[in-house]
Design a protein around this ligand. Structure first.
Ligand code: PGA
Length: 288
């Protein structure tokens, strides 16, 4: 008992320190879907997000919002759309309140001399309530570091936004067997800044699957999701591990969503290309 408590304290100390030691954690539990897995999964509301990226104009956005409004969308799914910042107010005015509006990025402070940036306060003022942070395009093209992303997550949560925090390995990292090491490192940076996980959704998006048409197989995705769940159990808590939603992202389509959605640790999707098409409705309804 004492030893277990000490171990937990030490684990927490590691999490708060800069040197995270979670690389190479082995998956020890069975990956099969037993009744217990099913129960846990049911307690996590299915969550599907669209990431429109830098696409759309007023006309195409109005058409897309019409399609989403008509749905019908599974009432048991939580839905958000990630919108280019100048259209946040517009999209909020076009969609029913059951569909959440998200920004695709934000900065780590409330206001000030940060030309070109937007803050969680500004996002909230538009009526949007979610933000996507740490997308691989932010990490790779705009060179956002694990630390900066974690600081953004911290500030966005403090400001009252729901946060989708993205993680995932590149093809090179996967091929050199570093997938677990990379997602653990990314999780570790985020975990150092998050005290309450209630308003966090993790999106596992292997970079090699984004916009490439190469979806991870349900088994490949499940393997990493199960690893993340175990990482959460060992480094945060059993409760967070059982309740935190982990979305899969990377070439999700109407055709592959149903099989991915069957996996015990996949709690929804972050969808790029297909979220600009009527097919997004099918993806939202993948669990029906
Ligand atoms: P994709 O993008 O569905 O077009 O692969 C996913 C994402 O970037 O979130």
């Amino acid at each position: 008992m004492l030893a277990a408590t000490a171990e937990r304290v030490i684990t927490r100390l590691f999490i708060r320190s800069n040197s995270c030691k979670y690389f190479g954690l082995q998956i020890s539990r069975s990956l099969g879907s037993c009744d217990k897995d099913k129960k846990k999964k049911m307690s996590r509301k299915f969550c599907v997000g669209g990431n429109w990226k830098m696409n759309g104009d007023q006309k195409s956005i109005a058409e897309l919002c019409k399609v989403l409004t008509a749905g019908p969308l599974d009432p048991n799914a939580e839905v958000y759309v990630g919108v280019p910042a100048p259209y946040l107010i517009y999209v909020r005015s076009l969609l029913p309140s059951s569909i959440n509006v998200a920004a695709q990025n934000c900065y780590k402070v409330e206001k000030g001399a940060f030309t070109g940036e937007i803050s969680p306060a500004i996002i909230k003022d538009t009526g949007a309530s979610w933000v996507i942070l740490g997308h691989s395009e932010r990490r790779q093209i705009f060179k956002e570091s694990d630390e900066l992303i974690a600081e953004k997550v911290e500030h966005a949560l403090a400001a009252g936004l729901k946060v989708v925090a993205c993680i995932g390995e590149t093809l090179e990292e996967r091929e050199s067997d570093k997938t677990q090491e990379v997602v653990a490192r990314q999780m570790c940076a985020i975990a150092q800044k998050v005290k309450d996980w209630t308003n966090v959704v993790i999106a596992y998006e292997p970079v090699w699957a984004i916009g490439t048409g190469k979806t991870a197989t349900p088994e490949q995705a499940q393997e990493v999701h199960a690893y993340l769940r175990q990482w959460l159990t060992e480094n945060i808590s059993k409760e967070v591990s059982a309740t935190l939603r982990i979305q899969y992202g990377g070439s999700v389509t109407g055709a592959n969503a149903k099989d991915l959605a069957k996996k015990p640790d996949i709690d929804g999707f972050l969808v790029g290309g297909a979220s600009l098409k009527p097919e997004f409705v099918q993806i939202v309804n993948a669990r029906q």
